[in-house]
Design a protein around this ligand. Structure first.
Ligand code: NAD
Length: 298
C-alpha cells in the first residue's frame, strides 16, 4: 500500500518504520529537519513537503502534537490551504495524534465533504510500544473505515478497539491518560516516601509491583532513575512522553469534564501538578520526571 506518514516525532518515527518494514511504500514528512534526517538515516523515504507525501497515497497517517497542528495541517489557516486540498477522494486518513474530540469531528466532517474517509486513532503504549509495534489503538469512526485501516494498524499495534463514532477514540484516550497522569504521581509519591525512609527503590518497586499497588508505571515505566534500565527516568527523562504533552491531555480531560459536568477532582489536581512541573522548566522532560516535585533534592 502507498502510505503518506506525517509527523516523525518520538512516536511517529518508529511507527512509520514499522510500516516500512512490513513492506508498504512510504513517503514521510516532518516540519523538523532534524527529525527528517534522523529517520532518513534509518531508511525512511522523506518528501519535500506534506503535500508531496499525499500525491499518490492510498492511506495518510498523521502523528502530531495537538489539536492546532492537526487542524492547521488538514484545514489550513492564516491564508494557507490545508492538506485536504491535495488528498484525492477515496483516500483514507488515520489521525493518531491525541487531540480534542471536537477537533477530530470537525476535521473528519471536512474530509467527508471532499470524499475522504477519516478515523481518529490515538494510541497508548509509549515509545516502547511504538518501536515494538505493540501499541493499543482507540478508534473513532465508521466500522467500514476501521476495517480498511486494520491491515495498516496491525503493523503498528497489538490491540485495536472501536470506541464509537468520530471523536470517540479521542474521548477514550483522554480517560486513559487522565488515569495514567494520576497514577504516575501516586507511584512517584510512594517511591519518594520509601526512599526518604532509607528503602532501596528497586526493592520497594518490586514489592509494590507484586502487591495491591501494582500498576503500569511499576511494570514498564518506573519514574525513579536506575530502577528500570529501559525507562526514560534512567535516560535523564529524555524522549518518552513529554510533560507538556501530558499537560495537554489533562487539559483536554478537564475541558471535557466541564462540558459534561463530570466530577474529576484527582484529574484536576494532576493537571495543576504537571503545570507546576512544566513552569519549573521541565516541560520537555518525560512526564515521569514529575517525581522531581515530590523527591528530596539531592
Ligand atoms: P513529538 O513532539 O515527539 O512529535 C511530534 C512531531 O510532529 C514533531 O517532530 C513535529 O516537528 C511534528 N509536526 C508538528 N506539526 C507538524 C506539521 N504540520 N507537519 C509535519 N510535522 C509536524 O510528539 P510524540 O511524543 O511523537 O507524540 C505525538 C502524539 O502522540 C501527541 O498527540 C501525543 O500526545 C501522542 N502520544 C504520545 C505518546 C508518547 O509516549 N510520546 C504516547 C501516546 C500518545
Amino acid at each position: 500500500m502507498k502510505i503518506a506518514f506525517i509527523g516523525l516525532g518520538n512516536m511517529g518515527g518508529p511507527m512509520a518504520l514499522n510500516l516500512l518494514k512490513a513492506g508498504h511504500t512510504l513517503s514521510a514528512f516532518d516540519l523538523s529537519a532534524d527529525a527528517c534526517r534522523k529517520f532518513a538515516a534509518e531508511g525512511l523515504p522523506i518528501a519535500g513537503s506534506a503535500a508531496e507525501t499525499v500525491a499518490d497515497a492510498e492511506v495518510v497517517v498523521s502523528m502530531l502534537p495537538a489539536s492546532a497542528h492537526v487542524e492547521g495541517l488538514f484545514l489550513g489557516g492564516a491564508g494557507k490551504p490545508g492538506l485536504l486540498e491535495n488528498i484525492k477522494a477515496g483516500t483514507l486518513v488515520i489521525d493518531s495524534s491525541t487531540i480534542a474530540a471536537a477537533t477530530s469531528r470537525k476535521v473528519a466532517e471536512a474530509a467527508a465533504a471532499k470524499g475522504v474517509a477519516m478515523i481518529d486513532a490515538p494510541v497508548s503504549g509509549g515509545t516502547g510500544g511504538a518501536i515494538a509495534g505493540t501499541l493499543t489503538f482507540m478508534i473513532g469512526g465508521d466500522t467500514k473505515d476501521l476495517e480498511r485501516a486494520r491491515p495498516v494498524l496491525e503493523k503498528m499495534g497489538a490491540n485495536i478497539f472501536h470506541a464509537g463514532a468520530a471523536g470517540a477514540g479521542q474521548t477514550a484516550k483522554i480517560c486513559n491518560n487522565m488515569l495514567l497522569g494520576i497514577l504516575m504521581i501516586g507511584t512517584s509519591e510512594a517511591l519518594a516516601l520509601g526512599v526518604a525512609n532509607g528503602l532501596d527503590p528497586k526493592v520497594l518497586s518490586e514489592i509494590m509491583r507484586r502487591s495491591s499497588g501494582g500498576n503500569w508505571a511499576l511494570e514498564k515505566y518506573n519514574p525513579m532513575p536506575g530502577v528500570m534500565e529501559t525507562s526514560p527516568a534512567s535516560k535523564n527523562y529524555a524522549g518518552g512522553f513529554g510533560t507538556d504533552l501530558m499537560l495537554k491531555d489533562l487539559g483536554l480531560a478537564q475541558e471535557n469534564a466541564t462540558a459534561v459536568r463530570a466530577a474529576t477532582p484527582l484529574g484536576g489536581l494532576a493537571r495543576s501538578l504537571y503545570a507546576a512541573h512544566s513552569l519549573a522548566g521541565h516541560g520537555a522532560l518525560d512526564f515521569s520526571s514529575v517525581l522531581k516535585l515530590v523527591q528530596k533534592a539531592s
